[in-house]
Ligand binder design. Structure first.
Ligand code: NDP
Length: 489
């Protein structure tokens, strides 16, 4: 055991006194919190402790209809008529409020999601604010964004947008969805995930604080059925979805033959490819960041490590040594690297697929670590001897589980990396610039990181090939999904 691994950290808990969680929440429709028209409720829990945090309203079809009508009224009466410069002012205001209340949002995100406070504090919430700042800048410049195909037509909003987001980056996905929609002049009905509704409900308060006209943003909590009602609503002009490939396909089927547009950001099984000339220590950090960031609950996670055969043993040895220093535990502790698994259901899926990995002949390894007795936990796990046919090499585990495979030549690395129904992201670690460019050209992935991994920026478009979905979010390209150059409505 190394000296580093023996190093003890004193607890450094972030205070949860900055958040004020109500015992129950209504739906946010037309600028205020309202009761459901008859729906039940469900509980959201802290996955690190299983403590019940609040009662959340399960929105019904009728509630969804009310929200869509509020969004339509706001679109026709106010937001669709506002100048880009004025829309930009609201977005700037929201961005500033998010920065001012960043600590509150970070703590609430960590309590409801289970992710380490250092990630919500340093990644999720700053990036969410950055998305609002970035899109505030676009609001009055859409005519200059090259969105009209050179035809000189003015880009117009689509109307009412339905947005359905997952639980892995609740606030960040909200920002990815709402900021471009509003910048382009659309109004929104957003459904957060069942297990992580609290930051979206806090964002509703931010909309009030920013004096956003009522109905421009509506937040409807609920389970899959609520999302489905939003998908099926006839007065929704566009759907934006991030989540599982299975639900994404169901949404595509539901809206086929309708006028609804859609962007779908679905699953991934990214290859993180390490060549023998790579800076190995740096690559090991990139591997850890690639799969253990956010407990591996990341659609673009580097879940398949492809290592050149000649450095396999060295990389695996250094990776294992590094993993003995990863601190798993209380997500509110500022020293924690790996927090709680988001839900009992997700923990079950990770356990099941890991058991299949072992049964199929891969070799399983985890560092010694004490997991808390209460809550949903899974240790960082590495599978070696993985074959391409193994389910852990094919399917999205969506947890802190890495599959290690090998290759001999760049051609073999490309063939193995592309041997997946997904195509969201990839990583390449090598000293050779020419090889990076060649690999980026060959890899069928929406994002290719070179000598880094999991880098996000609002200016950079993100999206997939194949079953990872269609459309792009972020950057100039992301605006395209929220405008039309036709007559609009
Ligand atoms: P889902 O795709 O079910 O959830 C994503 C969002 O869609 C949630 O808001 C969910 O609501 C909603 N939803 C569920 N069913 C429907 C429906 N029929 N129509 C419209 N909306 C619906 O993902 P899960 O949370 O069930 O996770 C399952 C697996 O999906 C994970 O194990 C992981 O592999 C993958 N996943 C991938 C993500 C990604 O970013 N690519 C993100 C999350 C999961 P509710 O939360 O209430 O069910």
């Amino acid at each position: 055991m190394s000296e580093l691994a023996k190093f003890e950290y004193a607890p450094a808990p972030e205070s949860r006194a900055v958040v004020d969680i109500r015992s129950s929440y209504g739906l946010f429709i037309g600028g205020e919190f309202v009761e459901s028209a008859g729906g039940g409720s469900f509980k959201t829990v802290n996955p690190a402790t299983e403590e019940v945090l609040a009662d959340i309203t399960a929105g019904t079809t009728e509630d969804v209809d009310r929200a869509v009508r509020a969004a339509r009224t706001a679109y026709q009466g106010v937001w669709g008529r506002l100048s880009g410069a004025d829309r930009g002012k609201y977005l700037f205001r929201i961005a500033r409020i998010l920065q001012e209340r960043a600590r509150e949002f970070s703590v609430l995100e960590t309590i409801d999601n289970g992710k380490p406070i250092k990630e919500s504090r340093d990644v999720d919430i700053p990036l969410a604010a950055a998305h609002f700042f970035y899109h505030a800048g676009w609001a009055d410049k859409l005519e200059h964004a090259g969105l009209t195909g050179g035809g000189g037509a003015t880009p117009r909003p689509l109307g009412v947008v339905g947005q359905i987001i997952p639980w892995n980056f609740p606030m960040l996905m909200l920002a990815w969805k709402i900021a471009p929609a509003l910048a382009c002049g659309n109004t929104v009905v957003l459904k957060p995930a069942e297990t992580t509704p609290l930051t979206a409900l806090l964002f509703a308060e931010v909309c009030q604080q920013a004096d956003l006209p009522p109905g421009v943003v509506n937040i409807i909590t609920g389970a899959g059925a609520t999302g489905q009602a939003l998908t099926e609503h006839p007065d929704v002009d566009k759907l934006a979805f991030t989540g599982s490939t299975e639900v994404g396909k169901a949404i595509a089927r539901t809206i086929s033959g309708t006028r609804k547009k859609a962007t779908l950001e679905l699953g991934g099984k990214a290859a993180n490819i390490v060549f023998d000339d790579a800076p190995i220590e740096q690559a090991v950090e990139g591997i850890v960041n690639g799969i253990f960031f956010n407990q591996g609950h990341v659609c673009c996670a580097g879940s398949r490590l492809l290592v050149q055969e000649s450095v396999h043993d060295e990389v695996v040895a250094k990776l294992k040594r590094r993993l003995t220093t990863v601190r798993v535990g209380d997500p509110l502790d500022k020293n924690t690297d790996l927090g709680a698994i988001n839900s009992a259901a997700q923990l079950r899926q990770i356990r099941e697929l890991s058991a299949v990995g072992e049964a199929e002949g891969a070799v399983r390894w985890s560092p010694p670590c004490d997991l808390p007795g209460q809550g949903f936990w899974f240790p960082p796990t590495v599978f070696t001897n993985v074959a391409q046919s193994h389910r852990i090499a094919q399917e999205e585990v969506f947890g802190p589980v890495l599959s290690v495979l090998t290759f001999r030549t760049p051609q073999e690395a490309v063939a193995k990396a592309n041997n997946t129904p997904y195509g969201l992201s990839a990583g390449v670690w090598t000293d050779k610039g020419s090889r990076i460019l060649w690999m980026a050209d060959q890899l069928r992935a929406g994002v290719v990181w070179a000598n880094t991994f999991n880098k996000f920026d609002p200016t950079s478009p993100f999206g997939g090939y194949k079953e990872s979905g269609y459309g792009r979010e972020g950057g100039r390209h992301g605006l395209e999904a929220y405008v039309t150059t036709g007559a609009g409505r």
